[in-house]
Design a protein around this ligand. Sequence first.
Ligand SMILES: Cc1cc2nc3c(=O)[nH]c(=O)nc-3n(C[C@H](O)[C@H](O)[C@H](O)COP(=O)(O)O)c2cc1C
Length: 308
Amino acid sequence: MRPRILVVYYTQTGQLRQILDSVLSGIRDKVDIDYAVIEPVTPFPFPWSALQFFDAMPETVNHLPAAIRPLPADVINKDYDLIIFGYQPWFLNPSQPTTAFLQTEFAKIFKGKPVVTVVGCRNMWLHAQEKVKGYLQSAGAHLVGNIVLTDTNPNLVSLLTVIRWSFKGQKEASGLLPAAGVQDEDIAAASRFGRTIYEHFVNDNLIDLQRSLLSQGAIGLKPGLVMLEQSGIKRFRFWANFISEKGGPGAPARASRVLMFKNLLLVGIFILSPITSTVALIKLAIKRNSLLKEVEYFRQLDYQEGRL
Ligand SMILES: Cc1cc2nc3c(=O)[nH]c(=O)nc-3n(C[C@H](O)[C@H](O)[C@H](O)COP(=O)(O)O)c2cc1C
C-alpha cells in the first residue's frame, strides 16, 4: 500500500507551502498526500502595519494565540503513516496559528505517529522548535526528522529585507537589497529531503532519518545563533508581560508600550549591533566549546525542557 502522508501547515505569504511542495515534489507519484491548512478565524494582516506586527508579540511569546478554524473531520478520522508539520517562528516562538493548532484537541492526530517538522524562516528558529518539540511530545508524537530552511543572507541584510517584505509586501530585490525570504535555489533543492524521508519510511528505518537529513544539509546552524536566541528570548518575555499589563491584542492602552518595544528593538538591532556583535564575538570565543555542544543538541531531536 502507498504510504499516506498528512501535511499540516500554516503560511501567511505562501513561502512555507512552496517549501513543502518542493520537499514532496520527488515522491508525489509514490505516496498519497493530504493537506490540512491551519487557518486563523481572523487572518493576520499582510502586509502588516508596524503596530499590528509588534502587537502580535506578547501573545505569541506567552503562547496565548488567536483562535483557528477546526480541522476537517475527514482528516481527523483518517489514519496516516507519517505527518509533516510545517511552521514558521514568530518572535522566537512558533507562529500564533501554529501554537493555536498544537494547543487544540486536533493535536491528537499526532498520537503515536512519526512526525517530520519543516521550518521556513529568516534564521532564528531554535526556541520555536524547542516549544514545538514539547507540544509534540505531550501529544504523543514521535519526532523523526527536522528540516530548516533559512534566509542565508547576512543577518542585517535579512532583517532589512524581512522588514520590507512584512511592512510593504515587497519580496523582490530592490536597490542594493536582495529578495526577501528563503533563497529560491534552496527551496528548489529541498526536494532531496522528500526522497530521503520516503526511503527511510519504506525501509522501516525512520530512527536513522535525522542522521541522513543532517548529512544532506537539512540544518545549517552557527554557534552565534544560540547566544543570540538566549538573550533575545529573555528580553521578549519581559516585554511580553510589560505590554500585556495594559490589555490584550489591539488594546489602545498598550499601543505606547508596543511602540516603545518596537523602537528599542530596532535601535538594538541597527544602532547597537556593531557593539553587540563585537561583545558576542568575544563571548563566542570564550564559550566556544559549550556552544558547540548546544549546536549539536539543536541539530538533533531530543527534547530537554528549559534548554533554551
Ligand atoms: C510576526 C512575525 C515574526 C517573525 N519572527 C521571526 C523569528 O523570530 N525568527 C525568524 O527566523 N523569522 C521570523 N519571522 C519570519 C517568518 O518565520 C517567516 O519566514 C515569514 O513570515 C514567511 O513565512 P510564511 O509566509 O510561510 O508564513 C517572523 C515573521 C513574522 C510575520
